[in-house]
Design a protein around this ligand. Structure first.
Ligand SMILES: C[C@H]1O[C@H](OP(=O)(O)OP(=O)(O)OC[C@H]2O[C@@H](n3cnc4c(=O)[nH]c(N)nc43)[C@H](O)[C@@H]2O)[C@@H](O)[C@@H](O)C1=O
Length: 337
């Protein structure tokens, strides 16, 4: 019997990459989205069709419209799909935006997690599904530790970070008190060709492409004095799979361990088209956050040693692929989906 996975938020960067990986591994994948519009269904299928036949997609993929904010709907979803594994990726993922919509952020990230955990707890199925939450390194946003691990001090500094920390605490509670196989993957920044310009890496890749093609003269950013541990989404998704396949439920930091400044990213991105970023980048207060996270670097030793995870991709190569992809998008020969 094929394993059944439920991916909430299947149309996001991680959801698409994970769906592709699970289908490749023989799973039947049920993916939820708040609105299953024709364009969303097309977006998911268009992505998967690059790697799979139409028959495989028809047999192994089901898309479901579902609001996880409704406890009854979440319960019905779990009962009907009866998944072996749940990857809870849906939510409001923009840190800056969370300062403007804290209530919606908390509902999308925390209430949804509680509803799903409750649905799993109440499920009468013989084998309860394993549950993974896409957590966030932002829970350490205000920390001054050089390398952040599972035991680092929590220091949320945005409504987004607070919502992710609360969701993670719910996962821990259900694991310890109700003995569910529930884990949080504490994700550091991870990028891919699917990264949209709402995030700084996608914005830079798009901006560089537009400047190189003569469509824009400059790229306007916010705070340049930041650095991140930018990994590759494909490696991150592999970590999620490993965490749910482990013998015990545990939380794991997912990070490369390497720090890059935003100007390192700019350097690498502009170099792809033979330009110097100093000539094109400007800053504006429009893109500043009320409180920013200056630096986040993770220590994934636990994931490496216990589950054998190793990031495979390399920073400069990843940046180059993102810029080349956006060059195609801006020339009109590819879509960011
Ligand atoms: C781990 C964490 O990772 C991601 O959150 P993020 O780190 O906030 O990602 P970002 O790409 O929006 O910002 C990175 C940094 O870049 C600075 N920055 C400068 N200028 C612009 C700018 O123009 N736009 C944006 N978006 N950021 C800018 C900005 O101020 C910030 O310091 C999400 O996946 C999130 O879901 C998650 O969990």
């Amino acid at each position: 019997m094929a394993k059944v996975a439920l991916i909430t938020g299947i149309s996001g960067q991680d959801g698409l990459i994970l769906a592709e990986r699970l289908i490749r591994n023989g799973y039947v994948v049920h993916g939820t989205s708040r609105h299953c519009s024709t364009s969303l269904v097309q977006k998911v299928r268009n992505f998967l069709i690059q790697q799979h036949s139409t028959e495989e997609i028809d047999q192994q993929l089901r898309l479901i419209e579902s609001s996880l904010l409704n406890a009854e709907a979440a319960k019905k979803l779990i009962d009907e799909v009866a998944p072996d594994e749940i990857y809870h990726l849906a939510g409001q993922s923009r840190v800056g935006r969370s300062f403007e919509i804290p209530v919606e952020t908390f509902e999308a990230n925390t209430q949804s997690t509680l509803n799903l955990l409750e649905a799993v707890r109440k499920s009468t199925s013989d084998h309860k599904p394993r549950f993974l939450l896409a957590g966030s390194a932002e829970i350490f946003g205000g920390s001054d530790e050089a390398l952040l691990s599972e035991t680092s001090r929590y220091a949320p500094r945005s409504p987004y970070a607070a919502s992710k920390l609360s969701a993670q605490m719910l996962v821990e509670t259900y694991r310890e008190s109700y003995k569910l196989f529930a884990c949080t993957a504490i994700l550091f920044n991870h990028e891919s060709l699917l990264r949209t310009p709402e995030f700084v890496t996608g914005k830079i890749a798009q901006g560089v492409a537009r400047i190189a093609l003569g469509l824009d003269q400059k790229l306007v950013l916010g705070n340049l004095n930041i650095g991140r541990d930018w990994g590759d989404a494909s490696d991150t998704v592999e970590a999620m799979r490993l965490i749910l396949s482990a013998s015990h439920p545990e939380d794991f930091v997912v990070a490369t361990g390497t720090w890059r400044s935003l100007t390192d990213f700019l350097d690498a991105a502009f170099r792809v088209v033979g330009l110097n970023w100093h000539d094109y980048v400007e800053t504006s207060s429009e893109f500043l956050r009320p409180v920013d996270t200056p630096r986040l670097v993770g220590d994934a030793s636990k994931l490496r040693s216990k589950l054998g995870w190793k990031p495979r991709s390399e920073f400069t190569e990843m940046v180059e692929q993102m810029v080349r992809h956006y060059l195609q998008v801006e020339r009109g020969t590819a879509s960011i989906e």
